[in-house]
Design a protein around this ligand. Structure first.
Ligand SMILES: Cc1ncc(COP(=O)(O)O)c(C=O)c1O
Ligand SMILES: Nc1c(O)cccc1C(=O)C[C@H](N)C(=O)O
Length: 427
């Protein structure tokens, strides 16, 4: 446990003893040592924006740079050409898909565009796209752009930002004009888990396709794409899959849909026999038809190594620890932070939340800055939220105790009030 644990007030001994016991009994405890942790006294609670660096990734990238790039040069492509699919097969195991249904490609934003456009093309008589107003902004912007360009009707359902999207609201909005339902599985602000299976089934009954953003789910909770019959999905690899900054995203297309869909960006990596250099675009047969241009190889290797680590630990074990960590954090918040003006902004039921806990506080921005100065890294989310992400492969219960204790001290002493009240433009 990091140093500097202040231990006073309500139930600290009990809470501290429990953190120690939970860490001692944690079946995933050994994974922490598989990551680079340069400052053990810093509590990192932002793995859902950027995961930590796995040691295996650092070593692999060194080898790839020295040998595969440094020595093999262009010959490396004989291996690199398969990289997206190899990583995709590992990610498929984490999200309940089959090999050949997932590949690395572009960014989540670009994939959303390609997949949404492909879905709309496959439902020509329908003009409505459904999403919700708590969906991640890039998803909303992409759909706005598609709607404007295609003269479609984008219906943005109101969601409770602390509870996530309501399946009943989606059901009520479904009709014979809806072509596509595009939602996030785990909400980026509250961490609420949407009813992926129920919403997918309802959308299918209404004749619509579904596109799920799995950015906050991949590597943190089971997704069950195949069991739910999901059509399309995409998500980041740099969060819970620990693929590193700017690592390529993944995309999923259900196998039977692959030959029936055409995505709108026709590049040579999506072409049948790309080195034939034929003049006319003919989309590849499998998941490769959703690719566009030359993929980022270093980021691809990082995504592969990160996903392998999660696959080795097992998504059920990861999700079980996420529930335990977030549950413990909510207990700490109830005991120490609610009396200081914080309010829970995430679902209280463990089965309804992913791997972060969000708290409202009227001075959340200032509190966030003060916490960072005191070596706890959270995230601020508009307008008044402090988001605390847990990463089951490296977050300990002891760290959560320390983070909550530092947070309590900051707010109880008013130290946060010395920080600017205005958010800067970068985060
Ligand atoms: C739900 C969700 N979708 C998409 C993104 C980002 O997509 P991109 O990697 O294209 O910036 C994020 C986070 O940045 C996210 O949380
Ligand atoms: N992708 C990010 C970036 O390029 C810069 C800063 C933050 C991010 C994030 O991932 C934010 C994150 N998706 C969120 O849920 O808020």
């Amino acid at each position: 446990m990091p140093a500097g644990v202040p231990g006073q007030s309500r139930g600290p001994d009990d809470l501290l003893a429990r953190a120690r016991r939970l860490d001692a009994e944690d079946p995933l405890a050994g994974y922490r040592d598989r990551f680079v942790i340069s400052d053990p006294d810093t509590v990192y609670l932002d793995g859902n924006s950027l995961g930590r660096l796995p040691k295996a990734t650092r070593d692999r990238l060194r080898q790839v740079i020295d040998v595969e790039w440094g020595e093999d040069l262009i010959r490396g492509w004989s291996r690199w050409i398969e990289l997206g699919r190899r990583a995709g097969d590992v990610i498929a195991g984490l999200i309940g898909a089959e090999p050949g249904e997932v590949t690395l490609s572009d960014s989540t934003s670009v994939n959303l565009y390609k997949l949404a456009a492909a879905a709309l093309r496959a439902r020509p008589g329908r003009r409505t796209v459904l999403t919700d107003d708590d969906n991640f902004p890039t998803d909303q912007y992409l759909l706005q752009g598609l709607a404007e360009a295609g003269d479609l009707d984008l219906r943005v359902l109101p969601s409770d930002p602390d509870r996530g999207v309501s399946p009943d609201a989606v059901r009520a909005a479904l009709g014979e004009d809806v072509a596509l339902v595009c939602l996030s599985h785990v909400a980026y602000r509250s961490g609420a888990i949407a009813d992926l299976a129920g919403i997918t089934e309802a959308a299918h009954q209404a004749g619509a396709l579904v596109l799920w953003d799995l950015s906050h789910s991949a590597g943190s909770v089971p997704v069950g794409l195949g069991a739910a019959g999901v059509d399309l999905a995409t998500g980041c690899t740099y969060k819970h899959l620990n693929g590193g900054p700017g690592a390529p995203a993944f995309l999923y297309v259900r196998r039977d849909l692959q030959p029936r869909l055409r995505q709108p960006i026709w590049g040579w990596f999506g072409q049948t026999d790309q080195f034939d250099m034929a003049g006319r675009y003919r989309p590849a047969d499998g998941i490769e038809r959703f690719l566009v241009g030359t993929p980022p190889v270093l980021g691809g290797y990082a995504a592969l190594e990160g996903a392998r680590l999660s696959a080795e630990a097992g998504i059920e074990a990861i999700a079980a620890k996420a529930r335990a960590l977030t549950g413990y954090l909510i207990e700490l918040a109830d005991a120490w932070l609610v009396p200081l003006g914080f309010q829970l902004a995430s679902p209280r039921a463990a089965a309804e939340r992913g791997a972060h806990v969000t708290l409202h506080h009227p001075q959340a921005w200032q509190v966030c800055q003060a916490l960072i100065q005191e070596r706890v890294i959270p995230d601020f989310r508009t307008p008044d939220r402090l988001r605390l992400g847990v990463a089951p492969l490296y977050t300990t219960f002891g760290e959560l105790y320390v983070a909550a204790a530092r947070l309590r001290e900051i707010v109880a002493s008013g130290r946060h009030e010395g920080f600017p009240t205005q958010r800067s433009r970068v985060t």
